[in-house]
Design a protein around this ligand. Sequence first.
Ligand code: KG4
Ligand code: ZN
Length: 420
Amino acid sequence: MKILSIETSCDDTAITLMNASLNSKKQPVFQILANASNSQIKIHAEYGGVFPALAKREHIKNLPILLEEILQVVRQGLTIKEANLTKKKFSKSHAFLNSQSLALNPAGIDLIAVTYGPGLEPSLWCGIVFAKELAEKLGVPLIPINHMEGHILSTFGKSEGKFTIPKIEFPVLSLLVSGGHTELVLSKKLLQYEIVGETLDDAVGEAYDKVARMMGLPYPGGPQISALAEFARKNADWTQTSADQKQNLFKFSLRQSALSQRESAREFNKIKFPRPMLYSKNFNFSFSGLKTAVLYLIRDLQKENPNILQNNEIKAKIALEFENAVVETLIYKTLKVKEKYKIKTIIVAGGVSCNKHLQREMTKAISPDQGRIKLLFPENKLTGDNAIMIGMAGYLRYIKNKSKTSKISSIKAKGNLRLS
Ligand code: KG4
Ligand code: ZN
């Protein structure tokens, strides 16, 4: 069957058209037919975070454009590569939804899947309203999908071509790390979830973004902090780093170092952070204390030298220590749950799961269990928000509950939706 999936939970607008079926072993097989997305990062960067009213405006503007791109691929019988869905902008507005071409359902869509939570409600509603209108016009069922279920399934997806969901060994533990969530989720079977641990305050991605902002780095801060930390790890001796390398890494900072080497070395020793909740008895996380520790440290360093943040080496050292603290905490709790529930598969997914240090350290931590436990990360392109994962979840939910698809009019955005 052909599935059109729609994702608008935060600041990415994404639509995917895919074929889905079961193979002879009853394993779900997917083929991506067309995939179109638009990131709003540049628009929100100015505000240092996602600005909901702007996100809504952009989703409303871009959904019809992306759908039109998808339909062009279908009409012209193109492969994804041939279609070259780049930055082409179509002048047609939302009104084209009424056009005859769509009434004839040229893409042969059998099912629509849409994210209904968790996320920003104004953003979620954009995708839902669009999907409802489309489903009603085409006369096809509409399946509401939990975005976090999408992230878990993204681990089995591919950003293009054909792929099969393999046999999964349960129990599965998913560590979901994104801008809005930090959760440890236990699954004893497919599509069934129990949250066994979660953050009591900031999500990991949020902490990365806030620490980046404290250091004057642009939104989203995760990739910036992680690049600085990687640099610090690889170049223990800063003085050996060539000017070119520094220029390249620190391109967002035009000012050069404001400290002498001796001063840098002295400040370096002060940069250490706590490992939050490491010894708490439960599997919950808390990152706001760590974030505050970074804030206080920067404030103290600035008291002695107001230009401290013009020193790139100091910024890189803060990033390194912050990232080490975060990753150590995530891994410690994951291993605790793994022991308790005799986990056979560990999934790490969500926007932060592309973090190189997290991937490396988790792989190391699970290595004694090699052969007994499978550790899975999504393909890099699928770590962030995308509609491929929503289509995959849509199909699995559809084959599970075929007889009872939701009444289209009853589907509502749920900003605080939880996995269950
Ligand atoms: O899953 P996602 O794309 O959106 C949400 O649903 O939140 O996650 C976005 C988050 C942002 O906070 C971003 O800073 C963070 O993922 N992120 C990273 C990295 N790349 C993105 N955090 C740490 N290291 C990275 N390499
Ligand atoms: Zn997400």
